[in-house]
Design a protein around this ligand. Structure first.
Ligand code: ZN
Length: 489
């Protein structure tokens, strides 16, 4: 009896599991047309890592407005064609783009003088030289500046990029915000001390609004920062002689756009984009080779499966992101003028994305539910996809110009680990940091989302102007946008 009962229970159990499984399978394929096919093809035919590896070997960095930048644009155009996309085009634009020329930093204390390795931050002057006494401003936050008071006037501020010995809960500021505070306090030049060990140097903008700033600003390694602080402890009159030349001239560059025309709603567009350009200290393998080469591989995957989306899908690789969202701003402005932006249902942005576990969704009512539903379907196909959902508006990547026009934006969320984030914008952002599996997961999970959105029966709309303003305020972005001169309310 016992045996019979347990056998019966087991059979019922198996039946129940089979029912649940087939029910789930039906749901997954209903929510995610071609989800399983994308999953398989992304793994079996993956090319993104191979292409990125080739690019880092043969092109190197991809800074906008340089010979390398042009080579990267051409390579992307070719790779989209190799991927089988018939409609590939350039979107040319002209914008002011900062580029470094030379930099020299000499420290002098009462005993000696020595040269320190440094890199200029972006938007520093075309030509400048400041020799001034060093003042240690700690973390460079408002409280630190208050502490040093007037002593910073006409001097060189030595400050941390990260937070060192800050009370728990202290919020760090962006380097451009720290620069603005120090300039307001009278600093004549700034030396940022990197917080990553291993003689790593970092670049990136020192300007809150993308316009050139008036003083020279450079980054030095954490090791050299420690030496400078030791020198200051020995001799408080130690000076820094910082000279640099740069270029803040207009450059022409091109976003690269690949399109798969929609079969039944061709006028409606889903954009998936990421920046192809990168800083020039290394090959930009993670920022943003990870995102941009995954997008090219996604295009390949879709063509390999001969997918025919209802809506038009546009894969857009932006240039000029690092020098101030130049390519995406020009593209959005052009679509706004032509009225085409109305038909862009949403924009998915991949910037330093690798192995997504969920999505950050910034859109009006209804968008989070749509994306969560699609994510549930992805999680049925691969249970390692956690389908975390975040709804927090952020700035400083190519989604920003779209979001500022009310277009819903989505970013796959991932955690690349400290070894990668430590090389952000730095001399160590190279291919050794890239895990090919994370690129395949970009193609699988962001690709499934993309195709599901392109085929959804209906999608919610854009933000109204008021709803967008409220949302940006609620997410604490008003002040930052005012600083960027991008607050229009
Ligand atoms: Zn980036």
């Amino acid at each position: 009896m016992c045996t019979r009962q347990s056998t019966r229970r087991r059979i019922l159990g198996i039946l129940a599991i089979t029912t649940i499984c087939s029910h789930l399978a039906v749901d997954a394929s209903a929510q995610l047309p071609f989800g399983e096919a994308i999953d398989k093809e992304a793994k079996a035919g993956a090319k993104g890592y191979q292409w990125l590896f080739w690019s880092t070997e043969h092109i190197g960095h991809r800074l906008t407005g340089t010979v390398n930048g042009t080579k990267a644009e051409r390579a992307a155009d070719s790779l989209f064609r190799v991927a089988g996309i018939e409609q590939v085009s350039y979107f040319p634009f002209t914008a002011q783009a900062w580029q470094r020329r030379s930099v020299k930093l000499t420290i002098t204390d009462r005993d000696s003088a020595w040269t320190v390795n440094s890199v200029a931050l972006a938007h520093t002057p075309d030509s400048s030289r400041v020799k001034a006494q060093l003042v240690d401003v700690g973390n460079g936050l408002a409280a630190d500046l208050l502490r040093v008071g007037n002593t910073l006037r006409g001097r060189t501020a030595l400050m941390n990029l990260g937070l060192l010995q800050a009370p728990p809960g202290t919020h760090n500021l962006h380097r451009s915000e720290k620069t603005a505070l120090a300039i307001a306090a009278g600093a004549a030049s700034i030396l940022f001390v990197n917080n990553v060990e291993g003689h790593v140097l970092l670049t990136g903008t020192a300007s809150v609004d993308g316009h050139p700033i008036a003083i020279p600003v450079a980054c030095i390694s954490s090791e050299d920062g420690a030496l400078l602080r030791m020198a200051l402890a020995r001799d408080s009159s130690a000076t820094a002689d910082l000279s640099m030349t740069n270029s803040n001239a207009a450059v022409t560059a091109r976003n690269v756009i690949a399109e798969i025309k929609g079969s039944t709603k061709p006028e409606e567009v889903i954009i998936i984009g990421g920046h192809l350009d990168c800083w020039d200290l290394a090959s930009g393998a993670t920022d943003n080779g990870l995102g941009s080469f995954s997008i090219m591989d996604m295009a390949r995957c879709f063509r390999a499966l001969d997918l025919k989306p209802a809506r038009t899908i546009r894969f857009v690789l932006f240039m000029g992101e690092e020098q101030g969202l130049l390519g995406s701003t020009a593209y959005v402005e052009s679509m706004r003028k032509s009225g085409e932006l109305e038909n862009v249902k949403c924009m998915i942005n991949l910037d330093m994305t690798g192995g997504p576990f969920g999505f950050n969704v910034v859109g009006p009512m209804g968008w989070a539910e749509v994306v969560r539903g699609i994510g549930d379907g992805i999680a049925l196909i691969d249970t390692t996809f956690k389908n975390d959902l975040n709804q927090h508006a952020g700035l400083h990547s190519d989604h920003q110009p779209f979001m500022m026009q009310g277009v819903p934006v989505i970013a796959p969320m991932s955690d690349l680990g400290g070894h990668v984030y430590g090389c952000y914008h730095s001399s160590c952002d190279d291919i050794h940091l890239v895990d090919p599996r994370r690129m395949v997961d970009n193609v699988r999970f962001a690709g499934m989302l993309l195709f599901a959105l392109a085929n959804a029966d209906s999608l919610p709309g854009h933000f109204t102007d008021e709803a967008l303003r409220d949302r940006l305020q609620a997410d604490g972005l008003e002040e930052k946008l005012r600083l960027q001169k991008d607050w229009r309310w």
